[in-house]
Design a protein around this ligand. Structure first.
Ligand code: AMP
Ligand code: MG
Length: 353
């Protein structure tokens, strides 16, 4: 298959380009598109064969449900059994935006889209091109991240092309993504809302609107025996090709330990990469050193993380050491989402010094 790539600057889409992309979806094909979180791989959420194509293109297990993207708040009604007060409040506060809600699904949503669950994940993304594309596609676009299953989510169209080129009909290149990590997922089917995946919308922000909100502990704790409630969270994810280890502790000890490990690895013929921060990057001695940004600016670190992991792949780095960005049980800010992704990318391999 020949994958057509078109560039659309946010807010600058021509009607024809969007119409073409929308027609592909209406005809059962797949289009990758930018959102504010990461690039999505879109198909018609109401067409069961389209979801199957998404699973195939990604190499994703089909028990891992897809998020249905909508472009108008009212479009939620036909795809869910009921819209609880909590969902209305959250939609008012955070949509369009990086928040996914889990609700009881209606008959309209095929089982293939929800991986056989009787609930559906819904989000209205905060990105003008995404919203216009969803409208052109008929209003319901199922979209996981546009990467091969297990690899870091793409924040640049070139990484979408690397993974999806030849597998899908079209890629809409919208430049570098603003947020860089996936949406927060909150389950509203329980009495107390539960965060199933931490993200840019933090627990504090949700509690500001809803009162008490729980976090699915299974997603944060390494080796937890409890199965995570979002099926996708059980898989090793976001992983670079190099073997990633997180080194946690005081700054001095972390820098010394990482440098020691890099030296050992060099002797063994490995190519070592380090993820540091603006204040430490210059102190590392490795084949490739990258700063995730200023430690105080979590949003910038979130944006840089997947790009850095992909760049290490481009460079053929075989072992990676990263500073930790937040305690695992953290404060609940975006740091928690960053550490959740980093832990998964590392297969929960973290060392304390
Ligand atoms: P991605 O599409 O790559 O952002 O991943 C979607 C995430 O949402 C995965 O972790 C899924 O397991 C999760 N998810 C989607 N639908 C549901 C649902 N109905 N219940 C629980 N988790 C869901
Ligand atoms: Mg994903």
């Amino acid at each position: 298959m020949n994958t057509k790539i078109i560039s659309i600057e946010e807010g600058n889409a021509s009607k024809e380009a969007l119409k073409e992309a929308g027609e592909i979806i209406k005809n059962g094909g797949l289009v990758a598109f930018p959102t504010e979180t990461v690039y999505g791989l879109g198909g018609n959420a109401l067409d069961e064969t389209a979801s199957e194509k998404i699973y195939r293109a990604k190499g994703r297990p089909s028990d891992n449900p897809l998020i249905v993207h909508i472009c108008r708040i009212e479009d939620i009604f036909p795809i869910v059994e009921e819209v609880p007060e909590t969902a209305k409040k959250l939609a008012d506060a955070f949509w369009p935006g990086p928040l996914t809600m889990i609700l009881k699904k209606s008959e309209k949503v095929p089982d293939t889209t929800t991986g056989g669950l009787d609930t559906v994940a819904v989000r209205m993304p905060g990105h003008k091109t995404a919203l216009a594309f969803i409208a052109a596609a008929g209003g319901y676009v199922a979209a996981p991240s546009a990467n091969i299953s297990g690899k870091p989510s793409p924040t640049l169209a070139k990484y979408v092309a690397e993974d999806m080129g030849g597998r899908i009909e079209m890629i809409i290149d919208g430049g570098e993504i603003a947020i860089g990590i996936e949406s927060t997922i909150v389950d509203l089917t329980e009495e107390i809302p539960v965060i199933l995946r931490p993200g840019y919308i933090t627990r504090e922000m949700l509690e500001g609107v809803l009162g008490k909100v729980d976090v699915d502990r299974a997603i944060l704790e390494a080796g937890s025996k409890q199965a995570p409630k979002a099926p996708g969270m059980k898989y090793k994810h976001y992983a670079p090709q190099g073997d990633l280890t997180i080194i946690s502790g005081s700054q001095e000890k972390v820098v010394a330990e990482i440098n020691k490990k890099c030296e050992e690895m060099k002797k063994r013929g490995e190519k070592a990469g380090v993820i540091g921060t603006d204040s430490t990057a210059a102190r590392y001695r490795a084949d490739s050193v990258k700063s995730a940004g200023n430690r105080g600016e979590e949003a910038a670190i979130a944006r840089a993380l997947y790009r850095i992991l992909r760049e290490f792949d481009d460079e053929g780095v075989t072992v990676i050491y990263s500073e930790a960005f937040e305690d695992e049980k953290g404060s609940g800010g975006i740091g928690q989402a960053i550490m959740n992704r980093l832990l998964k990318a590392a297969g929960y391999h973290i060392e304390q010094v």
